[in-house]
Design a protein around this ligand. Structure first.
Ligand code: FEO
Ligand code: CA
Ligand code: CA
Ligand code: CA
Length: 601
């Protein structure tokens, strides 16, 4: 193991019962505060939020919409302060603007949405004697990254003809980032963020006549006419007939240095292009960077990247520059999983096979390394830009929507949230296999991977399903072998993180059991392995995102509260966080133990 985890132990808080309260509900003995809401000013000169007088200029200096991934980074030399980095995945115009007309958005509304996407970096102050956090509104490291921020394209596909546009003939400079879902950190102190459902912003794929281009667009979810937000009316780059390569400039892992607000964030072509849920880096035994990544689509793949070069220790300018280039060069792999039970024991019901485990072996199939392609019929450039098609060609395993992936800091085992797959085993679609053992999978599963010799460079691994989610009374569920009468129901795992003790924390999106989404803790080792306990629930219409579990604090992003069919500013489905009569606002929440104790102890 890596040796810096503390001993594993169970989680001793009283579980929150499944519920549909329009609130953040936490266990008895825990306190909470709203840290920062959509629209709060974080940059010098930005005005206070005013729901009736929004502007793109104001939003560009305010906290963005739909907070997703969260990370707290140390702020050395500043007493009781940390640096919060947040993703802003997408906008919900109908919940942002009174009287919004989806058929006729105004230019100002589109530009507000551009400024509400992206990322925020904001210093936060710890309150004395509680776990509350407050934003430091004009800290010099505070930053907004939006759809207009210049990014540098790096790695082997930078400058490719497939990335060039009229505005950027170099193919190396992209404006903005889109649909930043989850993310991760690097051992050299930067933040990674995944561009996920970027396809929804690009219009008129239906007018593309070239069959190869149409097939590529279709594989990435682009085949329709007008886009839902109609941005193509205000900027030609969102119209595929006018800028055919612009969609190729999204769908990457981006890296941002939160300590340098003037640095251009990077888009890393070496890590492949797909609907990146997230990216978490750790080191191989010999000091290279390995990054695990899921492509959140039904029947899509799990990937990893291993850098060619090793990390340099220390924080010198030279070390920092070297380490920030690690993700430019290396090998991109896709996962193939093989079950060890006879195929006829996997009947799609979720019934355990005779050996008592959904488990087996796996291999990492190389796709490309530098400018060398390992995929027949595709150049390296094409592998990086049309990575899904490379996965198709090499026979990678079609998974049930791979979302967040997190290596355990305790022993390096890797945990993959497979959120659900309503189409598994339906007409013309792949049927259940040992790693994805339920047809019409409503509740998802958590896959556990042990790399050979616990080394991130390994080409082979063992895997097993750690959790098969759902109501514990449902016979198709499995909780790591723990007695099922002592666990919380859990459905649709999405984001995963570890606490300092090696307990896994799981946030859900789309709970199909009738309760609101929430956050769950579970031990992965020892006697309590598999004892899932619900820690909190989120308000009506919301998804639980960005969980971060420190020794004495839990941080969650309440994303899209009030997002319910038919809801609008005038007809809200949620009164969170500010009560009736106030606009619903996505926000970050901090939770702590009122007695000052450790989380879960
Ligand atoms: Fe943005 Fe796959 O969740
Ligand atoms: Ca088996
Ligand atoms: Ca997610
Ligand atoms: Ca999700």
């Amino acid at each position: 193991g890596h040796g810096h985890g503390k001993p594993a132990r169970g989680l001793r808080f009283t579980p929150v019962e499944p519920n549909t309260a329009d609130a953040v509900t936490v266990p008895e003995g825990y306190g909470q505060n709203v840290v920062i809401r959509w629209g709060e000013p974080i940059l010098r000169g930005a005005p206070d939020f005013d729901q009736d007088r929004q502007s793109a200029k104001a939003q560009a200096g305010q906290f963005g919409y739909n907070n997703d991934f969260l990370m707290l980074m140390p702020l050395r030399g500043e007493h009781r302060r940390q640096l919060l980095v947040a993703n802003h995945e997408y906008t919900d115009e109908v919940l942002m603007f009174a009287g919004y007309d989806p058929d006729n958005p105004t230019r100002e509304q589109a530009e507000i949405a551009w400024a509400a996407h992206g990322m925020s970096v904001v210093a936060v102050q710890e309150e004395w004697r509680t776990g509350a956090l407050r934003p430091v509104h004009r800290h010099q490291l505070n930053r907004r990254v939006t759809v207009s921020t210049p990014f540098e394209v790096t790695g082997p596909a930078a400058g490719s003809e497939l990335l060039r546009t009229q505005a950027d003939p170099s193919g190396r400079k992209v404006l903005g980032t889109l649909n930043n879902c989850a993310g991760g950190t690097t051992p050299w102190g930067t933040v990674l963020s995944g561009e996920e459902n970027f396809n929804q912003y690009f219009a008129h794929a239906d007018q593309v006549t070239d069959p190869e281009q149409a097939a590529r667009l279709k594989r990435y979810g682009m085949s329709g006419g007008a886009s839902s937000r109609k941005w193509e009316r205000f900027d030609d780059r969102f119209d595929i007939t006018k800028e055919p390569n612009e969609p190729n400039r999204f769908g990457w892992v981006v890296e941002i240095d939160p300590y340098d607000p003037h640095s251009a964030p990077r888009k890393h072509t070496a890590l492949g292009r797909f609907k990146h849920e997230a990216a978490q880096a750790r080191l191989t035994r010999d000091g290279r960077a390995v990054v695990y990544m899921g492509d959140d689509e039904r029947f899509d793949y799990l990937y990893k990247f291993v850098s060619k070069n090793r990390m340099w220790r220390g924080n010198s300018a030279a070390a920092r520059r070297h380490n920030m280039s690690l993700l430019d060069e290396g090998t991109l792999y896709v996962a193939k999983l093989t079950g060890d039970s006879p195929a006829d024991e996997i009947d799609g019901s979720g019934k355990l096979p005779e050996d008592g485990e959904f488990d087996g072996k796996g291999e990492w199939i190389p796709l490309a390394s530098g400018d060398q392609s390992f995929v027949t019929g595709m150049t390296a450039e094409e592998v990086y830009i049309y990575t899904r098609m490379a996965g198709d060609k090499v026979g990678a395993t079609k998974m049930d929507r791979p979302e967040d992936v997190e290596p355990s800091p305790r022993d390096g085992r890797i945990y993959v949230a497979l959120t659900n797959n309503s189409q598994r085993g339906t007409d013309g679609k792949p049927a259940a296999d040992e790693a994805n053992p339920r047809n019409a999978n409503k509740h998802g599963q958590i896959l556990e991977i042990a790399e050979r010799h616990h080394d991130g460079r390994a080409l082979r691994f063992h895997w097993k399903l750690f959790l098969v989610c759902g109501d514990p009374e449902d016979p198709s569920t499995y909780f790591g072998g723990f007695p099922k009468d002592q666990v919380s129901p859990i459905s649709c795992p999405d984001n995963v993180t570890f606490d300092p003790y090696g307990n896994l924390w799981i946030a859900t999106d789309g709970n199909a059991l009738g309760s609101h989404d929430g956050l769950f803790g579970v031990a992965t080792h020892g006697r309590m392995r598999g004892q899932v306990r619900q820690f909190l629930t989120v308000p009506t219409g919301a998804e639980t995102c960005g969980p971060l579990v420190q020794e004495r604090r839990v941080l969650v992003a309440v994303q899209h509260p009030g997002e319910v069919d038919g809801a609008s500013v005038e007809n809200p489905a949620s009164a969170w966080p500010d009560g009736p009569g106030k606009i619903t606002r996505p926000a970050v929440v901090s939770v702590w133990r009122k007695n000052g104790g450790r989380i879960g102890a």
